[in-house]
Design a protein around this ligand. Structure first.
Ligand code: ATP
Length: 212
């Protein structure tokens, strides 16, 4: 895995109907680094992230994630966390139980994985016994990111992680992404907040610069 870039995209083309959205997009995220894709609304950032996440088949082009095609293999989903799709909450499970579940699903003891610390760090300690649908939109986003960062992974694919977060929440997430990168993780994200992206340790690249 370490021999390959985290993400390698070349000649990626996606159209919706007759409207081309991505035309010959190329992108590399070296393993252990972070890249943030920026650009105006509708330029195709989420489409790119969906394709790299294996959630959308491009019309043309080549995508490799740690040297393999993205998709439905257990190895891919053991290595990759994507927040491109909005989360689905389990009926009747609390915020804490969601965090515990994600740990257990990945073979971690929730205490050892630091569920309490994660809830505290994300400002959710007082909401551990609430069910996620009752949380505010920013608190839901905090829980989504806490769960993404609690489980082991090698690549995070995050679509506008700063969305709905207050300034303190953005700072917390940026610090945690910097830590993630410093421990060898790789990051591909889309964002409208350059300051947040830089604070996260990601190199900024515009969608425009990725197209041929
Ligand atoms: N399922 C779909 N069917 C048809 N058109 C779509 C579909 N998904 C996206 N599009 C169109 O493709 C273009 C790119 O959308 P995309 O969501 O990838 O952009 P984005 O850069 O992530 O935008 P934003 O900054 O608003 O999140 C837009 O014009 C959008 O309307």
């Amino acid at each position: 895995m370490a021999d390959h870039p985290a993400v390698e995209v070349s000649d990626l083309c996606v159209s919706y109907g007759s409207a081309p959205v991505l035309a010959g997009v190329a992108l590399t995220v070296p393993a252990g680094t972070g890249v943030c894709v920026t650009g105006e609304n509708g330029v195709g950032k989420s489409t790119l992230l969906r394709c790299v996440s294996g959630l959308q088949r491009p019309d043309d082009g080549r995508i490799r994630v740690f040297g393999a095609a993205p998709g439905s293999s257990p190895e891919f989903w053991a290595a990759v966390v994507t927040t491109v799709e909005p989360p689905t909450w389990y009926p009747g499970l609390t915020t804490r139980e969601h965090a515990e579940l994600i740990c257990r699903a990945h073979g971690q003891d929730p205490d050892d994985a630091g569920v309490d610390e994660a809830l505290e760090r994300f400002g959710l300690a007082g909401h551990g016994d609430a069910i996620p649908p009752s949380l505010s939109s920013g608190q839901k986003q905090r829980l989504t990111l806490a769960m993404a960062l609690l489980r082991p992974s090698s690549l995070l694919i995050l679509d506008e992680p700063e969305q709905r977060l207050d300034p303190e929440g953005r700072d917390t997430v940026a610090r945690m992404l910097t830590d993630y990168l410093s421990t060898g993780g790789s990051l591909l994200m889309a964002s409208h907040d350059d300051k947040f992206a830089v604070a996260s340790g990601a190199a900024i690249t515009t969608m425009e610069s990725l197209a041929r």
